[in-house]
Design a protein around this ligand. Structure first.
Ligand code: A2P
Length: 301
């Protein structure tokens, strides 16, 4: 399988299994199937609440740990304590280290009790309980210290816009350039500015929701259906291979064994077909599928 190189020198397989919205049992079966079919890269997060099952499936796969690339993510309520949060994640995963530890969102949150730790706590007026006395620069300062412990081989961010990346890289306390930035990317949200900025700064980009997430309109699109028939592959394969050709990591989520296998297929997408997929945005306009309401906190510009 194709790999990219992180700024740490480590290799990251270009296709990884996404596990957002996979329930515990689904996550176990999906990860077990995926590894059996040849996936080497699994992406989870504390917030997905499936780390224990992901870890159990990794263990049960029988594949040596060092042959796999495992990512998990720091949830907003733990921005002040990333080292403890990573220890908790590792305990659930049953692993000694992750290959990549990402700051899930740039937004620090306040949990008032244990039960809110993996939630999005809200204020009485319904707004999200943002930790206004903290910021992602301080979180990153603490995350940088994790590298010396060996519990994460690389650290990175997720859902960072170019502006937030610039703020982070310019901060005095920043000594480590994030190894990766995981963001939503698909033909109707190509994120060209983020790709350009990250490529220039040696940050590997990872695409989440590359298929358009649940009830994706891509599977009903006539252009894609015709291209899929022409290439003898599924629409999902087209979208995944469009991403591979654009040169970043792609994280399709599935809990269906046949689709999990299908999503690993690498094809030689012609320039003409690639351009047709790129051109979908001219027909339908930009579309973002994952847009939590973080209030006035600047996330996407
Ligand atoms: P399922 O888990 O039942 O396979 P994204 O990766 O953009 O978040 O998209 C995930 C969604 O796309 C899920 O609803 C998933 O459903 C579906 N999906 C994943 N792979 C395929 C595929 N090869 N064909 C059709 N739908 C797919």
């Amino acid at each position: 399988m194709a790999v990219l190189k992180l700024n740490t020198g480590a290799e990251i397989p270009q296709i990884g299994l996404g596990t957002w919205r996979s329930t515990s049992e689904e996550a176990y079966n999906a990860v077990k199937t995926a590894i059996a079919k040849g996936y080497k890269h699994i992406d989870t997060a504390a917030m997905y609440k499936n780390e224990a099952e992901v870890g159990r499936a990794i263990k049960d796969s029988g594949i040596p740990r060092e042959e796999l690339f495992v990512t998990t993510k720091l949830w907003g309520t733990s921005h002040r304590t990333p080292q403890t949060a990573l220890d908790t994640s590792l305990a659930k995963l049953g692993l000694d280290y992750v290959d990549l530890y990402l700051m899930h969102w740039p937004v620090p949150l306040v949990a008032e009790n244990e039960s809110e730790l993996l939630e999005i706590p809200t204020n009485p007026d319904g707004s999200r309980r943002i930790d206004n006395d903290w910021d992602f620069i301080k979180t990153w300062e603490l995350m940088q210290k994790i590298l010396a412990t060996g519990k994460a081989k690389a650290i990175g961010v997720s859902n960072f816009s170019v502006n937030n990346l610039k703020t982070l890289l310019l901060a005095n306390s920043t000594t480590v350039v994030p190894a990766a930035n995981q963001v939503e990317i698909h033909p109707l949200l190509p994120q060209n500015d983020i790709l350009e900025y990250c490529n220039k700064n040696g940050i590997v980009v990872e695409a989440y929701s590359p298929l358009g997430t649940v009830d994706s309109p891509y599977f009903k699109d006539e252009t894609l259906s015709a291209l899929a028939t022409k290439n003898g592959v599924s629409v999902a394969s087209l979208l995944i291979n469009w991403a591979l050709k654009r040169g970043y990591v792609v994280l399709p989520k599935s809990s269906n064994p046949k689709r999990i296998e299908d999503n690993l297929k690498e094809i030689d997408l012609s320039e003409e077909d690639f351009a047709k997929i790129t051109g979908l945005i001219d027909q339908f306009g930009e579309r973002r599928f994952v847009q939590p309401n973080w209030g006035s906190f600047p996330i996407f510009e």
